[in-house]
Ligand binder design. Structure first.
Ligand code: DMJ
Length: 555
């Protein structure tokens, strides 16, 4: 009996201590938020009083724009910032330096080779949200502990979009050279992956020895999205270092694909790196196909939409014709969806991953002529409605991983987990920016609330094993901080924060500044003013660099 009471007492004390610690964590977060509000308010006062001088140039701060806007947006933005702070603080406490946090077991896990993925993926989100102390700690970690000299095999794609992209974005936003140095170090280690007979990269590489290969489950093939989604990061790196080799490697890939590009612009997900020829496999805008199409459009935008980069746009437009051929409508509710294809067979299945498409269509539509532009925008809006319903039609109001469309049944969840993916919110962000329709903000807000209800735990944010039951998993994805929360924050921010005519987002939501692209990649001229802007010393005012000169509308 005594033994039971002691055990109970010990257990109870432990539970009490844990509860107590969690309360402290919560209070700490509140204190940080209050401090941040105070800082914002101080900045506002200072900014209304003066312009900020930057060397020779006087840049008028538009920070006050971001503060004086719709109170509802302001409140929602604060809630999203609170979510970021909660995610970040939990990561700092339980998984600092590791790739990702496992909130339920309160420890970390290295899913990307131990490169501190959550820290690197979060840098720009921390800057954009004005979480300066957190950003400083992250920056110190990058400077002192981010070490790429590791005898590990990594994914070329994941490392590029998260690490190279995250570091370059932090560099563009802060002007701190450490980020560019680190981005160059990791990119140099990835570069041998492109040394294949066709120039199509292998998808895995050892960071010390540079020996590259493809995973065994692809039968030696390279994956389309993995091979065709490094252009933005490597072109940006060449522009900032004036070293053409990065850009050359990734542009060769597109030129090689261009040689045999089909008229409908649709490629199967496997390509042979020896021949450069696509292999018989699935055509999809979801897993393993997705960001290849996204980067065709965005490399054209990054390249100032000029003659030199016209081939990207032409390839993208061909793919959009192909995409139209994959659109079907469900019955009875007429939800538009994107089929997958294998040979001549169409499959009535769509991944949530493909929900980036409405945003991409909205972003690319304005450069079509009249008539076509509206058609693409209207397709974007229809697809966004479908993606929103991926969320709304489940009991938790969070979307599953993919959906099947059977005649008479509209949509049914296939794989039923939710791993905090951002694609639908990303599209809502673009649609809101490009149409001004506040409905997209409302949809985003509803999705955010569903994350708060189902995914928020005392020690971070988890995914769901099943969106029908709400059963929780044990993982906080680094893209939740890099993408999901960032796009939500921007959805409730004025368009002058990261304007779309000055920045282009990589596929991990890292904004890269658009600079002048020279006709000859060897020269890589970034004009003097832009170079100064890119090299600008971080000084004391982080958020200044993220505001644009005008309200962001494309073209
Ligand atoms: C992210 O790593 C990127 O958005 C990628 O393009 C697709 N998968 C995840 C998010 O779902």
């Amino acid at each position: 009996m005594a033994c039971i009471s002691i055990t109970w007492l010990v257990y109870d004390r432990k539970a009490f201590t844990t509860e107590y610690q969690e309360e402290i964590l919560r209070l700490k977060e509140e204190v940080i938020l209050l401090k941040n509000r105070l800082k914002d308010a101080n900045r506002h006062v200072k900014d209304s009083a003066k312009s900020i001088s930057n060397g020779d140039k006087i840049i008028k701060s538009t920070l006050s724009n971001s503060i004086q806007d719709d109170p509802c947006n302001e409140e929602r933005r604060a809630k999203v910032k609170n979510a970021m702070l909660h995610a970040w603080t939990s990561y700092e406490k339980y998984a600092w330096g590791q790739d990702e946090l496992q909130p339920q077991s309160k420890d970390g896990v290295d899913n990307f080779g131990g490169l501190g993925a959550t820290i690197v993926d979060s840098l720009d989100t921390l800057i954009i949200m004005g979480l300066e102390d957190q950003f400083q700690r992250a920056k110190e970690w990058v400077a002192s502990s981010l070490n790429f000299n590791k005898d590990i095999d990594v994914s070329v794609f994941e490392t590029t979009i998260r690490v190279v992209g995250g570091l370059l974005s932090a560099y563009d936003l802060s002007g701190d050279k450490i980020f560019l140095e680190k981005a160059t170090d990791i990119a140099d280690r990835l570069l041998p992956a492109w040394n294949t007979p066709s120039g199509i990269p292998y998808n895995r590489i050892n960071l010390v020895y540079g020996n590259a290969k493809n995973p065994t489950w692809t039968q030696g093939n390279s994956i389309l999205a993995d091979s065709g989604s490094e252009q933005l990061e490597f072109i940006a790196l060449s522009q900032r270092t004036k070293e053409p080799k990065y850009q050359q490697k990734v542009e060769n890939v597109i030129k090689e694909i261009h040689r045999t590009f089909p008229a409908d612009g649709l490629l199967p997900i496997y390509i042979n790196p020896h021949t450069g020829i696509a292999q018989h496999s699935t055509v999809t805008f979801g897993a393993m196909g997705d960001s290849f199409y996204e980067y065709l459009l965005k490399a054209w935008i990054q390249g100032n939409k000029t003659e030199v980069v016209k081939y990207y746009r032409e390839m993208w437009e061909a793919s959009m014709k192909g995409l139209r051929g994959l659109i079907r409508k469900s019955a009875p509710s007429s939800f538009a969806y994107i089929c997958e294809k294998n040979g001549n067979d169409l499959y009535n299945k769509m991944d949530e991953l493909a929900c980036f498409v409405p945003g991409m269509l909205a972003l690319g539509s304005s450069c079509y002529g009249p008539g076509e532009a509206e058609k693409f925008m209207s397709l974007a809006e229809e697809l966004a409605w479908t993606c929103y319903n991926f969320y709304q039609l489940t009991p938790t109001k969070l979307a599953g991983e993919n959906y099947f469309f059977r005649q008479g049944e509209d949509m049914n969840v296939g794989i039923s987990w939710n791993i905090q993916r951002p694609e639908t919110i990303e599209s809502l962000f673009y649609l809101w920016r490009l149409t001004g329709n506040k409905t997209y903000q409302e949809w985003g807000w509803n999705i955010f609330q569903a994350f708060e209800r189902n995914s928020r735990v005392e020690t971070g944010y988890v995914g769901l094993r099943d969106v029908r039951t709400g059963d929780k998993d044990n993982m906080m994805q680094s893209f939740f901080l890099a993408e999901t929360l960032k796009y939500l924050y921007l959805l409730f921010s004025p368009p002058s924060v990261i304007p779309l005519d000055e920045w282009v987002f990589n596929t991990e939501a890292h904004p890269l500044r658009i600079v002048n692209r020279d006709a000859h990649p060897e020269a890589l001229n970034v004009d003097q003013a832009q170079q100064e802007e890119l090299n600008v010393d971080q000084g004391e005012k982080l958020p200044r660099h993220i505001h644009g000169r005008k309200e962001g509308r494309l073209d």
